[in-house]
Write a protein that binds this ligand. Structure first.
Ligand code: XUL
Length: 531
């Protein structure tokens, strides 16, 4: 029976999932590697390196590659028999992060020695040892310059699907090119995390898919090709340094001699990589408009397929290419699990007592509000961290727990309106979706049913499903996404959360108050290029 392998290289670690397809369809194995625990030599905290300037957040790209190597080795040790029938591999990665390679990289990738671990062999190929990642908020000046050069935020949003954002790759590249021109000049190739790691899988430079490329402010969403004016506004000779863009189901190579020789893997097909959010679209089964997914992870994201290219007027969301070929709308919040954990830790709670706090407090929290910007926020654009309470005593642990969750869910609902999707139901995923009380707040705020999926790492599942789909298509079979997701994306019947009439009524009113408070605070602390 055929097997398919999906990787999710995320902020805090990398996960891989092996699917068996056919008579015994199912998830055959899942393995993970957390960077802080398993690769402490890179010195990351939650997979990131911060500073020295405020807002600067990055990670060593060599660490992502080392983790991939380690995880592949673990798979080969534990699942040798299944891997003999491995047909295809696909990878998803945190979006927006960029990897800067010098002139040695190309030759080195094609000649990796299977007798040596990967990490040592990559030394000397990076023109920049620390990659900026999506949590970086240090590029407001660059966003402003790019926006001015291209004629304003609405033009940028209409062309690329998003106004300028600090974490998007265009602003990050501009900052590097202007602050370290020598390093930029020595860079022959700028990858996203997905194309960098896919290049390592195939042993040569891999292209990008439209889903990840649309997180750069550089791709024309209509033509799905690089936008020459944006290149000129960002950095000299940029076009020559970027990967090409191919369709979302392209086979870009085969597992290279390194993986075959080192771990005995077959020459399985390798599919173009994508971002974790486009991958999650598949992993949450969102193949038609009307269903939204809410992913509660390091970042919280809300996303869904959209049938028309209508970028947000207020600039609070993005249009990305979807793996199914159409478009997805997405809004991203930096204060996801980071904010929930900050509140949990501040009051000395664990997840069980956090849930109890939600059970013992009423929906709407008697009008108490908390705006949870524990780190600079992406939506709305807020450059400086700050936590605001209205009608809420800071010493009241239970009410603060409810207030942080309600604030997050109300912000999510308010900043989803721009997608103009008639929401029928929500599929919840990500670590915090295991918490039924959090899902109750989500259901009440959106006023629709919420289902938790049996596989919580939807990005990793999406990658494995993309591998299966692309392999079928490459073998001359039909592109049947409904059949593919129906087989693996199964809501758990026990975790079906209905909105309560009482809760929904309260949030309809409270959402307006929250929006007004958030808007006032954001205006005072906004990133200057936002409007
Ligand atoms: C999306 C975003 C985050 C990262 C997290 O725009 O910045 O969701 O993709 O990995």
């Amino acid at each position: 029976m055929p097997f398919y392998l999906g990787f999710d290289s995320s902020t805090q670690g990398v996960t891989a999932m092996l699917l068996e397809v056919g008579a015994h369809s199912g998830v055959a194995a899942v393995e993970a590697c957390q960077y802080d625990d398993e690769l402490p030599e890179y010195g990351t905290v939650h997979g990131t390196l911060r500073g020295p300037e405020p807002g600067v957040v990055g990670a060593p790209p060599a660490m992502w590659a080392a983790a991939l190597d380690r995880l592949m080795g673990r798979f080969a040790d534990r699942h040798e028999r299944e891997l003999r029938d491995l047909r295809a591999v696909a990878l998803a990665a945190q979006q927006h992060g960029s990897v800067y390679l010098n002139g040695h990289a190309g030759a080195r990738l094609t000649a990796l020695d299977p007798r040596e671990p990967l990490a040592g062999q990559l030394s000397g190929i990076f023109s920049r040892l620390r990659s900026p990642i999506w949590l970086d908020s240090s590029t407001s000046d660059e966003c402003r310059a790019i926006t001015d050069a291209l004629g304003g935020p609405h033009i940028l949003a209409a062309r690329t699907g998003s106004r300028a954002y600090e974490r998007f790759t265009a602003a990050q590249i501009r900052k590097y090119a202007t602050s370290e021109p020598e390093g930029y000049a020595a860079t022959v190739r700028i990858d996203l995390v997905s194309s960098f790691l896919t290049s390592i899988l195939i042993g040569s430079s891999a292209p990008l898919d439209p889903g990840d490329a649309s997180g750069m402010n550089l791709m024309d969403l209509t033509t799905r090709a690089w936008w020459p004016e944006a290149m000129a506004a960002v950095a000299p000779d940029l076009m020559a340094k970027l990967p090409s863009i191919v369709g979302p189901e392209a086979i870009v190579g085969r597992l290279s001699a390194y993986w075959q020789g080192r771990f005995g893997l077959p020459a399985a097909r390798v599919v173009v990589g994508t971002g974790d959010n486009p991958s999650s679209l598949i992993g949450t089964g969102l193949i038609r408009e009307g269903r939204l997914a809410v992913s509660l992870g390091t970042s919280d994201t809300v996303f869904g397929l959209v049938s028309e290219a209508r970028p947000s007027r207020a600039g609070d969301g993005h249009l990305f290419g979807a793996p199914t070929g159409g478009l997805m709308g997405l809004t991203c919040f930096a204060n996801g699990s980071l904010a929930r954990e900050a509140v949990r830790d501040k009051y000395g709670l664990n997840w069980a007592t956090f849930s109890q706090a939600l059970q013992t407090t009423p929906p709407g929290n008697d009008g108490a509000l908390l705006v949870p910007w524990f780190v600079p926020e992406i939506t709305p654009s807020v450059a400086e961290a700050g936590v605001y309470r209205q009608g809420l005593d800071e010493s009241d642990a239970a009410r603060n727990v409810r207030a942080v969750v309600e604030g997050q869910m109300m912000a999510m609902a308010n900043h989803t309106d721009w997608m103009r999707v008639r929401i029928e139901d929500i599929h919840a995923t990500g670590g915090a979706s295991a918490n039924r009380e959090i899902l109750q707040v989500l259901a009440d705020v959106f006023g629709v049913d919420v289902r938790r999926l049996s596989v919580t790492n939807s990005s990793c599942l999406g990658a494995a499903l993309r591998a299966w789909h692309a392999d079928v298509v490459a073998s001359g079979g039909p592109s049947d996404w409904p059949a593919i997701v129906a087989e693996f994306v199964t809501p758990m019947s026990s975790d079906f959360v209905r909105p309560s009439a009482d809760g929904s009524a309260r949030y309809r009113e409270l959402r307006h108050r929250y929006a007004a408070l958030e808007e006032r605070l954001a205006r005072e602390r906004a990133s200057p290029h936002a409007e």
